[in-house]
Design a protein around this ligand. Structure first.
Ligand code: PAF
Length: 322
């Protein structure tokens, strides 16, 4: 039996859920645990715990977390649930959890690339606190054996509506900061999302079509030309959507910086191609094209990329490079 002092001294750890056991899901599981935050991984397998080897710099660490099946509707109370699935899976992954999340009012934190996911999730949860964590932390699976953590750019936390009380934002922000990652709070998350959208559109499109690492794009004069066209078309929309001036050169510099910092990575879309999985074209290039049409803007480069990246079913790769 525990004595009173033991009970008083016991530190109650907050528990965070992570939905999706891909590279991003494991990256945040690892960093939250380092901040002494208890984690529950919601994943496809029916196991009560999961392990993963993480490589950071030249060190290898074993990361172990409790786990449950992602469609398990009887969730424990969680301080927050990070959604780390691909953009196109978010809705179907959340549906089985909808009732539990609503009844416990568990805050949802979205990590996805691209735009449009927030609106889809808001339709499922009319009053839930929904936050966005726009992150440029890189991670990739090394030959399916371990997860290699790469570039640590800033991650921005914010909301797209008034669903989250400031006191709650502050608590969640404090926890994320405790990971040691450069997490910043922003009142203009939409700007971060648009910047990331153009970075993703530029790097992911070309690396996927050319099946190359992000760094290979830096030495290629053709990529620079195409990035200029993407940014020229994208910035017109950004200005209208954000109602503020946007400098194309700033976005081009950002694209270079991200490609440089993640030189060794295959972009997420390129990984999808290499593994013959569906990709996020509808949330990146496709989203941009739909927005441009709403604004009656002409975006020939983005339209062509969106069409090229919708791979036909008979285009499966037989062999993938290492
Ligand atoms: O999608 C990705 O791979 C990443 O978000 C990154 C590294 C920024 C490339 O666009």
């Amino acid at each position: 039996m525990s004595s009173t002092s033991q009970i008083e001294n016991r530190i109650i750890l907050p528990k965070w859920g992570i939905l999706g056991a891909g590279a991003m899901g494991w990256l945040w599981t690892y960093y939250l645990q380092r901040a002494k935050i208890d984690t529950l991984l919601l994943q496809r397998q029916n196991t009560s715990y999961r392990e993963c080897i993480i490589q950071k710099d030249n060190l290898f660490e074993n990361c172990r977390t409790s786990a449950t099946k992602s469609d398990n509707p009887s969730l424990p109370t969680l301080e927050a649930l990070i959604i780390a699935t691909k953009a196109y899976s978010v809705r179907s992954a959340l549906l089985p959890l909808q009732e539990a999340l609503i009844s416990k009012q568990i805050p949802i934190i979205l990590l996805q690339n691209g735009l449009g996911v927030f609106e889809e999730v808001r339709k499922l949860f009319s009053e839930q606190p929904i936050l966005i964590l726009s992150t440029s932390n890189g991670a990739y699976w090394h030959e399916y054996e371990f997860l290699k953590l790469t570039g640590t750019g800033p991650s921005y936390l914010g909301t797209l509506d008034n669903s989250v009380p400031r006191s709650l934002i502050n608590i969640l922000f404090k926890r994320l900061r405790a990971t040691g990652l450069p997490v910043l709070l922003t009142d203009n998350i939409l700007k971060q999302l648009w910047e990331k959208l153009l970075v993703n559109c530029s790097i992911n499109s070309l690396s996927t079509l050319w099946l190359c690492r992000n760094g290979d794009l830096l030495d290629n004069p053709n990529s620079k030309q195409i990035w200029k066209r993407i940014v020229h078309e994208g910035v017109q929309m950004m200005r209208l959507e954000l109602c503020q001036e946007v400098e194309p050169l700033e976005i081009l510099t950002l694209i270079d910086q991200v490609a440089y910092k993640t030189s060794a990575n295959y972009s997420s879309m390129c990984e999808d191609r290499r593994r013959n999985r569906p990709n996020e074209v509808d949330y990146i290039q496709g989203y941009l094209v739909r927005k441009a049409h709403q604004h009656h803007l002409s975006v020939p480069t983005l339209e062509t990329l969106a069409e090229l990246l919708k791979f036909p079913e008979n285009s499966l790769l037989k062999q993938t490079p290492n």
